[in-house]
Design a protein around this ligand. Sequence first.
Ligand code: RNT
Ligand code: ZN
Length: 420
Amino acid sequence: MERTDQNYRIANEIYAGCGVDTEQAMRELETIPLSIHAWQGDDVQGFEGTGHALTGGCLVSGNYPGCARNSEELRGDLDVALLLIPGSHRICLQGHEIDRAVPGVDRDAFTIEQFSGWLAWAEAKKLGLDIAPAFYSHPKLDHGLSLSHPDAGIRRFWIDHAKSIRRIGAEFGRVLGTPAVCNEWVPDGFKDTPADRVAPRERLRESLDEIFADELPETLLLDAVESKLFGIGAESFTVGSHDFYLSYAAKRGKLICLDSGHFHPTESIGDKLSALAVMQNRILLHVSRGVRWDSDHVLVMNDELLSIARETVRCRDAGAEIHIGLDYFDASINRIAAWVIGARNMQKALLRGLLEPFSRLQKCEETWDFTARLALQEESRALPWGAVWEEFCRRHDVPADRDFMAEIRNYEREITLLRN
Ligand code: RNT
Ligand code: ZN
């Protein structure tokens, strides 16, 4: 018997002793797609070829070689990453990651033409696609404002961009047979204390209402709205705050998007999931890692990630619809490794949630035995989930943790290091 087989057998027995079925956990993990963010591969630059600087407060730092220069290269890079992430997943695009720039066609007039290469690729690979308008890195983001700008012409441009991206998303949904999640996030805010907080929020509400006035069936497109606490250059006031979007989503029947980097550093979104699950049921996650601020570091398996994943598992069990999107970008390391490490960590954290001896913990709670609950919670950290993860990778024909870097290095040598 191979060592990994043996490890898995032992793990399976140990878990069975705690009332947990590892086969069931692996079957469930298989049904949880991640929406993998394409923008890790192009440093959120997009492919419009206009050379617009990155604005809107998303900061990408580092100059590791090999950034994708066009959508074809980005798809090639994603192909490699997808081979190293077990299971079937989705890809999420930003509204400026277009296939081809057509002179005179700006973001407010994009159609499926601009994304036909993505669609053909996703169809061939049987991937779902998600998308988000890009309300940043463009001169029409004026004084840091887009949908809440006082000028109707500026608002018009961005409303039309969002409308066109929603239509493109619906086309993805129609062709691929799975609804595209379309997420609206605007960077709008002020560096310093505003005189008027009401008017920009009224304008944001009106712009969103106009965007969503185009009715598209939820079988093709699911709308989400993403809040933020603050951004670089918008430290004092964010128009689309959590309170704003939480009530907007509740009233208009949209998905609320929780980005784990968009709250106070000690405020975890793990606890928010069940609150929203019982009140709204549909949630989009942007899983990220803030280091001191919304810095969008690659996911590591820290307590924050474990709590998000564990709560996701529990809320899914209770019937909530939780879409898991990744949202981080690091240009200081190999970008494919960034995807693979972060995505695998998300999956490992979910697996640990699925392997938790939940019914036993529940029993402790029912009998008011909080001491035993704490003891078991701590014991379960050391249960052999790593052997189950290895088995999951093996069954999906994907390398184990110690082996995937070799594949990335090969591709780097042959492809990405030759880019300049
Ligand atoms: C920014 C938001 C947003 C972006 C993407 C690139 O703070 O998190 O989701 O990360 O639009
Ligand atoms: Zn986000």
